[in-house]
Write a protein that binds this ligand. Structure first.
Ligand SMILES: C[S@@+](CC[C@H](N)C(=O)[O-])C[C@H]1O[C@@H](n2cnc3c(N)ncnc32)[C@H](O)[C@@H]1O
Length: 439
């Protein structure tokens, strides 16, 4: 929070402000426009952003952004603030609107993308504001840095992408790291906002290390600095070399996915047309139709899953298709497949009782690293089962397994030609344990 909130750094006020008539005892309800200014060039602003600013009698914002639109602020009271004074800016905007003023609270890019829309609503909701309680709020979207920067390098966002802010000023690093890991693993094109500053030099290094665990060092990376501003620059590099380049507070970094490429100075992430069509003659490829999902779309995936599960077993099918085990089990259950036949059981405990009586039952414990222990007890019925304080225990000779029942989200009974299986699944879709046997 700022220390100078008693004395806003109002820089210029070129006309008397249009405060409500002092003789009017009840001030008119005010309005707050949350305005996304786009990347910086006035030509990249939306028409609505311009009319909203024109309609406002006060503009509040970070001084760098207000200075980008000086010519639109003539005749308005202008309240400039420094960085990290967002909550102060919101409080001032709300206080002014309560006096009946029309306020433009501005952000660069899109006001709702790492911008002022969130904190403004947080402040309003904390004060008990509702839509019909006086102050009107209008969010005016703008071109966000991801789109602006992408436009300068080619077409890097033509497939699934995500935006991650590397700023840990408000977000714990564990949260940021988990999102980086998920985005990298899921092959999203990823745009880093707030990638680096003098106070945060190392976050970009950590982020690169996470991505290098999942993507090739040659993955294309675009570093766009100050897009649509006077000092704009574009640097095409690779995941391995990105740290040698200049990255700062006004840079956005676009990391390609496994299909992204650079050719003729253009960074491109193909949308997938080449899977379906010959790109030169436009003809559909064999087995593909312009009006249908790809042959490897959802229906194709389901068919492949059922075939693989029948031929190679559920474990192998899940591994081959990179699928979550619960997703595989649910898909087989919904498909009504006769073999393997999957039934979701309402009681994991009853299913366990049944499984412990199967002939030649073996207990399989997967590990997150992909390995797994198989405790082959010839007769699991001899195993002691305990239930206390919400904990399932299974004890054999020289081993004890403990599993909190609260971790068990679903239980499936699976029957194929050879075996019967009980699968206990966790809330994340992971397998907690599997018992296989013969009926
Ligand atoms: C607090 S975020 C605000 C994002 C903004 N609301 C938007 O939608 O673009 C600030 C970060 O956005 C990115 N950014 C904003 N404007 C940019 C521009 N013109 N060129 C490159 N990156 C920009 C930078 O990563 C910067 O650190």
């Amino acid at each position: 929070m700022s220390t100078d909130d008693q004395a806003p750094s109002t820089l210029f006020s070129t006309m008397p402000s249009t405060k409500p008539d002092a003789t009017d005892a009840r001030p008119k309800p005010g309005k707050i426009f949350l305005v996304g200014l786009g990347p910086g060039d006035i030509d990249q602003m939306t028409a609505r952003a311009r009319t909203a600013i024109a309609a406002a009698d006060v503009a509040i914002g970070y001084r760098t952004y207000l200075r980008l639109i000086t010519q639109l602020l003539e005749g308005k009271e202008v309240i400039e603030r420094g960085m990290a004074e967002e909550i102060d800016r919101c409080g001032e905007a709300v206080a002014l609107a309560r006096q009946g003023r029309v306020v433009a609270l501005v952000s660069s890019g899109d006001v709702g993308v790492f911008g002022m829309a969130g904190p403004l609503y947080e402040v309003l909701l904390a004060q008990g504001w509702t839509r019909d309680s006086g102050i009107t709020v209008e969010v005016v979207p703008g071109i966000t840095a991801a789109s602006a920067c992408a436009s300068l390098v080619g077409a890097p966002l033509t497939h699934d992408f995500c935006a991650i802010s590397l700023s840990d000023m408000l977000t714990p690093w564990t949260v940021i790291a988990a999102r980086l890991e998920a985005a990298a693993r899921a092959d999203f094109v990823t745009v880093f906002y707030n990638p680096k500053s003098s106070r945060r030099p190392d976050q970009i290094r950590e982020a690169q290390a996470i991505f290098l665990r999942h993507r090739s060092p040659t993955t294309p990376v675009a570093i766009v600095h100050a897009a649509y501003r006077p000092r704009q620059s574009v640097d095409l590099t690779t995941l391995a070399d990105m740290l040698d380049r200049d990255i700062g507070m006004t840079s956005a970094v676009i990391l390609g996915n496994r299909s992204s490429l650079v050719q003729a100075g253009i960074m491109l992430t193909p949308r997938g047309y080449a899977h379906k069509y010959d790109i030169i003659d436009g003809q559909p490829r064999p087995g593909e139709s312009p009006r249908a999902s790809l042959s490897s779309g959802l229906d194709g995936w389901r068919n492949a899953l059922t075939t693989l599960a029948t031929e190679q077993g559920i474990q192998q099918a899940a591994a081959t298709l990179g699928a979550n085990p619960t997703h595989v089990l649910e898909t087989l259950r919904d498909s009504g497949s006769a073999s393997p036949a999957v039934v979701r059981k309402p009681s994991a405990s009853a299913l366990l009782d049944e499984a412990l009586a199967w002939h030649g039952a073996t207990l399989h414990l997967p590990s997150s690293a992909g390995s797994g222990a198989t405790l082959a007890a010839l007769d699991l019925t001899g195993v002691a089962r305990g239930d206390r304080a919400g904990l399932l225990t299974l004890s054999g000779v020289g081993w004890t397994l403990e599993l909190p029942w609260k971790n068990v989200a679903a239980a499936y009974r699976v029957l194929d030609r050879h075996r019967v299986c009980a699968w206990l699944q966790g809330p994340e879709g992971d397998t907690l344990l599997r018992i296989e046997g013969a009926l």
